[in-house]
Design a protein around this ligand. Sequence first.
Ligand code: FES
Length: 580
Amino acid sequence: MDDPTPAAGFRKGLTSYGDREFSAFLRKAFIKGAGYSDDALTRPIVGIVNTASGYNPCHGNAVALLEAVKRGVMLAGGLPVEFPTISIHESFAHPTSMFLRNLMAMDTEEMIRAQPMDAVVLIGGCDKTVPAQLMGAASAGVPAIQLVTGPMLTGSHEGTRVGACTDCRRYWGNFRAGEIDEAEIGRVNDQLVPSVGTCSVMGTASTMACIAEALGIMLPGGASAPAVTADRMRVAEKTGATAVAMIGRQLAPEKILTPRAFENALRVLLAIGGSTNGLIHLAAIAGRLGIAIDLDAFDRMGRETPVLVDLKPSGGGYMEDFHRAGGMAAVLRELRPLLHLDALTVTGRTLGEELDAARPAFVQEIVRSRERPVFAGGGIAVLRGNLAPGGAIIKQAAASPELLEHEGRAVVFENAEDMARWIDDPALDVSATDVLVLKNIGPIGAPGMPEAGLIPIPRKLARQGVKDMVRISDGRMSGTAAGTIVLHVTPESAAGGPLAAVRTGDRIRLSVAQRTISLLVSEAEVAARLAKTVRVEPAVTERGYRKLFLRSVTQADQGCDFDFLRATECKHRVPGEKTG
Ligand code: FES
């Protein structure tokens, strides 16, 4: 039986024994077994999600952060209680971390709801963890504040500064092209990840940290402090104290994660040259609150939002440079006329008030002015056309300018295994002007929409010095990657999308100026080919989470969330007007 009266502290959400007072009595007896006093148990409780894991070096400082958060909670008069959830690292998640993001979101939501806490601190960092936590917290409805582990430091290889993971891909490309040998690639491997923390460029983890700050669900200044710095520890302590203050203000997530906050976040995603994955994750978080992202309106927003942040993979710097340059305050100050300054933040103050209180601007080279941007258009463009009726995207800021308008012959790989088999075969019929097409790496097809959209340049072309080609898939790519890569083709090929109809030898035209991606094959021929393709259905032998995933995952435009986890009603479309 549910507890009919609202309760706080450890009396919240009592376990059902049919006798509420006995349930409270029993709970108190058990927690006293852990040594808590009556005084401690009268305090507001701040739950702290602990995602430390031996399999997650990006969260290698989580235990130290946890202690700092606890200190902040206690200094503010609260009782901190940590609890574990799933932790996901990009390189230690099979088949792909995206396959597990929704599982982590469900774990986070249900444990926030099931356990007594008046507010929650979410300690995340590696790519999928922050979106999973925000999705779960948005649905759980308890006051929540995001803390990230922070970016790792950079390393040095023979005088050249290096960092994960843009340089991992660059050096690997050089190795594939025969430009460096096995001994050197081994030495580089030692230097790419020189400390704990998240990837040191504007990849997905950094993008999601900046987006969380733009949403107002993280402390101002919380996105950029490197993992191993005193700044990061101070952010953690203040996060704990802020969580206690949020209880008094009843700052539930829906008060912060409003349509206007999502518009701010989309604007920031464009201005930081953020990861394409950020768009999928924002769609998923917003979808929990009945907010849909209008891809075409997002594209229009991109045309008036230049890329300001000079970080890899779109620019040259690293996250530690961004932090020294003033971090998100510098970006938000530059974007100020384009932002909703009345959006509320976790501090109880508005974004505008926080910007007024931020430390003054100073001369630096990492965050540019809107008059002198890194890239004049938005970082991400939305494409439509007969190949992607539900939309596709391209990170134009990280593409080769000469390939943004391109027509070429398709060279098709039916799936990731087919690509792995042929891509380096000297007999592969491919030239530098061809368009590489990879099918069946979408949400259902792979499954889990792996970051395989960065199709490698065929070895024989790489050895001729080819660095980039137009590549198209229904998958994703790492936020740390660069190239002329069309991603998130929707609907995906495994769901019967037109991508399934493409054959080697077809002509494909990409026009980023016109925002189109076109298969130059007649409508009747595409329909005839699609009629012969077989849609992927879960096999009867599937079981467990994989079965749930295959039955329930939505397409990229809905954030690849599970259909039953999204809000039942769409109340708003962003950027844009209220629809209902
Ligand atoms: Fe964790 Fe890049 S692998 S942030």
